[in-house]
Design a protein around this ligand. Structure first.
Ligand code: ARG
Length: 588
């Protein structure tokens, strides 16, 4: 149990003894550390609900608390706020428990939830854009966090591989290489095993054909027809499409790996194709669908809607499928096959309406039962320094590979400037630069609340000073070297002793906040709470380290205790950075 949970229990007992509900005993970290380390404001609400005087309730509560051994000071402020300060012995015990626990005091959830985290979501052949990047960084952090807490998590990249882009690429390949067997309806196979196009070809083809389709209705019609024929199973198109998918996926796998992100499932919209026809029958017979002009539509407006909730278009009148169709069929699969209990869609805020429609339609038509949660984990835009959605210098969409190269270069320049890792072998310096670059990129994103827009400012993100990824990495590596130096002197970590200074006490109290910080981040699906924790921990540690001269400390007990503090700080820092998808080099 976290420290706050334990304090809330103890104070809850006292409220109960005072004749009011124990839930009023919720304890939080004090916003006025000059008055106490912790605070409980419950007496005010309790007094209102039972018609008693808040100070009188608070007094009864603090009388009971003074009798326990945990508190060095308990006082009432103002109309009935309760301020609490722990004894140093209590703080020492809590710290020792974290030191002794490999999870630093973070218990596993009692009931694991079967989560699906849907993130990444790039489209076959199309280059990723910043929306995919943010989805990847935030989604990966959430999968790491939920898994660490003990949940049963499956991540799915949900590739966009079944829409009209596929038809467009098919007609473009046909235009360029009309003699390939994929377009000959009388060809009976087998089709070549080698792809006729590379991913670079597809990247080059897509904008060309997209522009043509936008201008020329006949071309647009051909692309639509090719898409429908592909979906309906025309063998040559399926074979060609499989090549598109393969070349995209293998390149993308490498790109995501370079970013340090793993997916359990590499499913795509196409994966659920065979579920669509039976599902549409089910939806039609649910009585919730309206057939208009051959299109299937599900009205999803609800009474009291503040915004316009247009009916969801499920299939078009030509029978072709849409983004909504594959999302509903994917839900069907996630419920029946993957037994999902809670599905997180980490997707750009601009898709909010899509998810409102899909979620509502899924409930109305009975695809998703009430006890399964569906959540759109929306995020804002990553802008360039010009305030517009970030683009590469060439003005094009972003390729993960180029982005990683860009942040790595910036990191290399910073390392040279700060003369860090100067004497290391080139290979090691390159690996450090990559870690620093990724830390800059990921922390730059995750230190903002996900719903905020932010500016991708590589200069600021890659700095070793300020609230940045490189600052934290450097901090962690420095802590590691403190332990290494201590070991060289044969100084070993020992039992925690009572804090002798404010900085030490501060650090200890802060270390105890880890479980609550992680719980809060998970509850709000907001990794910025982890980022905040990692940063605050580092600054507190630095203050401690400035004042407490570990290696020259003469008292071996105190030195041992300090080294244990150093070790547990390092573990908490490495853990929280890992939950942000940031890994710490051995040395820098
Ligand atoms: N492929 C989509 C896009 O590029 C994102 C997919 C998000 N996930 C989903 N189940 N709709 O916008």
């Amino acid at each position: 149990m976290s420290l706050l949970a334990r304090l809330s229990e103890t104070v809850g007992d006292a409220f109960e003894a005072a004749g009011v509900d124990r839930s009023y005993g919720t304890v939080v970290v004090s916003k006025r550390p000059d008055l106490g380390q912790f605070q409980c404001t419950g007496a005010l609400a309790a007094a209102r609900s039972v018609g008693r005087n808040p100070r009188e309730i608070a007094q009864t509560v603090i009388n009971a608390l003074t009798a326990t051994e945990m508190f060095a000071a308990v006082s009432i402020a103002g109309p009935g706020f309760i301020n609490l300060t722990l004894t140093d012995a209590a703080i020492t015990a809590v710290t020792q428990a974290a030191v002794d626990d490999e999870r630093c005091g973070c218990t596993l959830v009692e009931r694991p939830v079967r989560y699906i985290v849907d993130f990444g979501g790039p489209t076959v052949a199309k280059a990723m854009h910043v929306g995919h990047l943010r989805s990847t960084i935030i989604g990966d952090s959430l999968q790491r966090l939920l898994r660490f807490l003990g949940h049963d998590v499956t991540s799915d990249i949900h590739m966009g591989d079944w829409g009209t882009q596929m038809g467009m690429l098919i007609i473009e390949v046909e235009r360029r290489y009309p003699d390939l067997p994929y377009f000959d309806a009388s060809f009976s196979g087998p089709y070549p095993t080698e792809s006729p196009v590379t991913l670079d070809d597809l990247h080059e083809m897509y904008p060309t054909v997209a522009a043509r389709v936008a201008e020329d209705e006949a071309e647009a019609e051909r692309a639509r027809r090719a898409t429908t024929e592909l979906q309906n199973g025309r063998p040559g198109y399926r074979a060609l499409w499989q090549h598109f998918a393969n070349v995209s996926i293998s390149a993308q796998r490498a790109d995501f790996e370079a970013l340090g992100v793993k997916f359990d499932l590499w499913y795509g919209e196409s994966t659920v194709h065979d579920r669509i026809a039976p599902l549409l029958e089910r939806i039609k017979s649910s009585g919730r669908a309206v057939i208009s002009d051959g299109a299937i539509v599900v009205p999803v407006a609800e009474e009291g809607d503040q915004m316009d909730s247009p009916p969801m278009l499920l299939t078009k009148s030509d029978g072709s499928y849409l983004y909504t169709t594959t999302d509903l069929a994917t839900l069907d699969q996630r419920i029946t096959e993957l037994k999902a209990e809670d599905i997180l869609y980490v997707v750009d805020a601009r898709q909010a309406l899509h998810f409102i429609q899909v979620f509502r339609a899924a409930r109305l038509t009975g695809i998703v039962p009430d006890d399964v949660a569906l959540e759109h984990i929306a995020f804002g835009t990553m802008n360039g320094t010009n305030g517009k959605p970030f683009k590469t210098r060439e003005g094009g969409v972003l390729k993960l590979k180029d982005l990683i190269a860009m942040v790595t270069d910036a990191a290399l320049a910073r390392l040279a400037e700060a003369r860090i890792a100067e004497s290391y072998p080139d290979e090691e310096r390159a690996a450090i630069a990559k870690a620093v670059g990724l830390a800059a990129l990921k922390f730059g994103d995750l230190s903002n609340h996900r719903t905020s827009n932010y500016v991708f400012d590589l200069d600021r993100f890659s700095s070793f000073e300020g609230k940045t990824g490189p600052y934290l990495l450097y901090g962690a590596v420095r802590i590691r070297s403190i332990l290494r130096k201590a070991a060289e002197h044969a100084f070993l970590p020992g039992p925690i002793t009572d804090p002798a200074t404010d900085v030490e006490r501060d650090l200890m109290l802060f270390l105890a906040r880890l479980p609550d910080s992680l719980a809060r981040a998970a509850e709000l699906r907001a990794p910025n709470h982890i980022a905040e924790f990692a940063y605050d921990l580092t600054t507190r540690f630095n203050r401690f380290y400035e004042q407490c001269h570990i290696l020259s400390e003469q008292d071996p007990k105190r030195r041992g205790s300090w080294l244990s503090l150093v070790a547990v700080t390092l573990r908490e820092l490495i853990l929280t950075l890992d939950l942000l998808g940031i890994s710490v080099p051995e040395r820098m």
